[in-house]
Design a protein. Structure first.
Lengths: 114, 111
């Protein structure tokens, strides 16, 4: 069982659709993250959850809505997305949000908006 | 805001050559991390550094936390084809103490 699992791996959706990305971590971590990875740009941190509480929201449009029902699961709900939202969405987890705890990543969901 | 400058952007080398890449920041960092991302996969942690001057190895990979605490280096010795991928540095420190990522170094190794 891999440490951080993301589903689906690929998603194609229209601008009016509603879909959700799922992330599950099996590492016993208590912090989870959503990142957006676009070509030729640094990883962009979107949301941070610590102990199921959102502790960071980096000016992400409201069409992205995160949910963290427990410390092992993280969702990203998507609705009325724009073409520029096409990217690789990566989930990560760590054993804390402070200090130097490294983040462990899933393999991402490749999202394409038509 | 804080920025990480990672260089080079890309490298095309022959199998067996040594590789060196680095990251510099405008702020003092207390943590440096190096990740590798293979096509279609997420970044995988290679090396974590927590002290200025620290030198850590992971097989053929060696990374160092710069003395100034504003830079870090990653060296790969005797490269092999499976070293191909994108290497990212990440650092934490400065005013925000957030983890930020470099733009990556694309490594291509010709057999």
């Amino acid at each position: 069982e891999t440490g951080v699992t993301q589903t689906p791996r690929h998603l194609v959706m229209g601008m009016t659709n509603k879909k959700s990305l799922k992330c599950e971590q099996h590492l016993g971590h208590n912090a989870m993250y959503w990142y957006k990875q676009s070509a030729k740009k640094p990883l962009e941190l979107m949301f941070v959850y610590s102990l199921e509480e959102r502790v960071e929201n980096n000016s992400v449009p409201s069409r992205f809505s995160p949910e963290c029902p427990n410390s092992s699961h993280l969702f990203l709900h998507l609705h009325t997305l724009q073409p520029e939202d096409s990217a690789l969405y990566l989930c990560a987890s760590s054993s804390g949000t402070g200090g130097g705890q490294p983040q462990h990543f899933g393999d991402g969901t490749r999202l394409s908006i038509l | 805001g804080q920025q990480l400058n990672q260089s080079p952007q890309s490298m095309f080398i022959q199998e067996g050559e040594d590789v060196s890449m680095n990251c510099t920041s405008s702020s003092i960092f207390n943590t440096w991390l190096w990740y590798k991302q293979d096509p279609g996969e997420g970044p995988v942690l290679l090396i974590a550094l927590y002290k200025a001057g620290e030198l850590t190895s992971n097989g053929r990979l060696t990374a160092q936390f710069g003395i100034t605490r504003k830079d870090s280096f990653l060296n790969i010795s005797a490269s092999i084809p499976s070293d191909v991928g994108i290497y990212f540095c990440a650092g934490r420190g400065g005013a925000t103490n957030k983890l930020i990522f470099g733009t990556g170094t694309l490594l291509a190794v010709q057999p």
